[in-house]
Unconditional design. Sequence first.
Length: 771
Amino acid sequence: MSDTEQPGTESGGPEDAPGADLDAATPDEPAQNAPEPAGTDPVAPAAEAEAAATAPAAEQAAADPTGDARPPAQDTGRPVRRRETADGGDFTRYQQARQQNALNKLKRSAVAHGSGSAFYAEQLTIGADTGVEIQVLNVSALTVAQQLDSHQDVDQQAQMAARLAAQHIVVLAGKPGSGRQSTALTLLAGCCPDDSVRILHSEAPGILQALCRRADELLTPGGYVVDLDDQPLKLSTLETLGHLARKQRAHLVVIGEPGPVDPDRLRPHAFEHRRPAPGDVLAVHLRRLLAGHPGVCTQEDCTDEHTTSFITRMLESPQVQRTLDGAPSVGSVVEFAEVLAQSVHTEDTSLGEVINQWRDRLRRLAKQLLHVPAETAQGPVLDPHRQAFRIAYAFFHGHPLSDVFEAGEVLRATVLPRYETREPAPLNHVFERELDQLIPQEMRAAADATPGAADDNPRRARLVDEELMHAVIEVVWHDYDSLRDPLREWLTALVAGPLERIRVRAAQIAGILLSHDFDSVYRDLIRHWAGDSAAYRQSAALALEMAAHDPRLVHRVRGQIRSWLSSPRWQLQDSAARAYGTLVGAQDVPDTLWALRELGTRPELALSSSVAFSMSWLYLAGAPGPTADALDHWITSDNDHLHRHAIRTLLILSRYGAGPDRRDRPVLADTAMTDQERADALVRLWRHALMGKDSSTRAWDLLRRWLLAGDADKELAAFLEDLVPRICARPLSLRAGFYLGIWAGRHPDSRTIRRLRHQPVRGGVATGSAS
């Protein structure tokens, strides 16, 4: 995220260049190995030319014809003026990119969801629908029949079925991989014809709210599976949707994740969905797979008794049981059953080899996909065109294909040629770039295998198995030693690019690499990012967040962030502030608030919005109470830097709604409406912001948006009619009258503005507020 927008604008400006204090700094070592030393200059990121997208405009113009950018300021001795940042337009784009990527779903841990909070920030929307796109996937009757044939009942399934039949809606709260979709299809098959089942899918948050608004259009008699992903769910939304489902004679099964979807708060509509016993799942699938085997087998001694005996031995085998204990999902157990079924005539002494084959299946597939020979005059060589594109396809799973092509082209045409020594250069014909030739079928998911994939617009990269991405990363890093330098340079080039979602994914890939080789990746990649421009610093913070999904690295990641906090270099301090605005910071809110306050008092970060970004993220991610208390302490502190960070945080948070079902109610107002102390603190924050030299213009405009939001919300309007006069007490009363007059002319239909304009002016100074 950029932290150099001009005050009063929302468009991104040039990056803030590293200051002169870098001259006396040194590369920092991983926190486990050494404290922050002081000595030589840091090494610049490898792809300095690609970083032109984030360099100051003057530096872009000065890039020499060879494509090498002008040396940064610290190398030329030029003093660089750091500029104050804006109010968080980039915060919005960055959070949207994080929500779109959501790579932490692939590898869950306590860091990913230990607090039970899913972060979905909703921008404040005034008088308009945000237009959430909902994709509808028809489930064939054959698919439903196959699910019924192999489904293993879970706890309370009879009660789930009864609730669905009676109320037309039921919620299953279970972890991904627990068999939720199989249970959902089975429940719907008991209420609806097999050919009337559909899956509703949306990449954006707010699918249930959009479904409530468009029920007449989207809901018809039949069954629907609605996957919330890790979005939260409120009882009021659920009851409204249930009423609409009964009206339309539709049956809905909503599946969500524990934490965001709390069965205790949603009773009697919600049930906890526990994974069925892996042994039972294995048994039912082995019986299904081997049911007709003796009739088609060429082995003379193959009988029903033989297959039954084989199934019994497999279920009783200690090796099989240990494998089941480590199975991450119901789907992986099904895959294991398929591998075992193919070995029905294998001797039991070879069972260990069969199990190892299953465990290593994705890694072997990754090696096969990357070994792409091409015939040349010098003999067969690996084809860099297809190799690069397959790596990009795997790394950017879930992204639009345009991102895959762009990232793959950077790797193929910009990075790899610097490391290629072959002659002649590999040929590249335009019509050899067909997707089906570049990406083999065994790598891609079938269109009907992924909810919404058939209707993707734009079309997206979809792997046959999400875990294949991790396998490709591991193979690229460990099996192709010569690819390590190009990989680091490629990720650095992507982080310097203009698209936020590409930068976020590149940072997440770097974080996954940290889990494979923390020392090397930190030394050669992350520490350079942490000491460079704002986009690099944000990527360094995201990489550490991704690494912390590995339970083995949690303490090391926290130690590294604390090491940045203690560094004399303002860039590393800024990187620490950004890192606290991630899931790592959410795991220990008191420590995070202490660290952000410590960073906020430092003059080195006075011009950076990183502290405000992280405070805003912490508030939106599930810690509004402690964060609001901290902001109130900051705004009443004697430290001017803390005042500035508190005001910036207010300006960011003022743009956000209270949630998917209350997008037109500011989240700060929603909290203060039921808490007088929060309302008093909000008055203090607003008064400082409205009188601040650098913040007043934006603050008055945001206050106008709040008043317009009150026109559609009677409770909010009543709250604002009491709050705003307190905010605008002397010495703001005359200025408030001036702005209210202008706004009344611009918005003649606004009842809230009209009523406030005709209220008597309060001449007294607001209690405990700014003077």
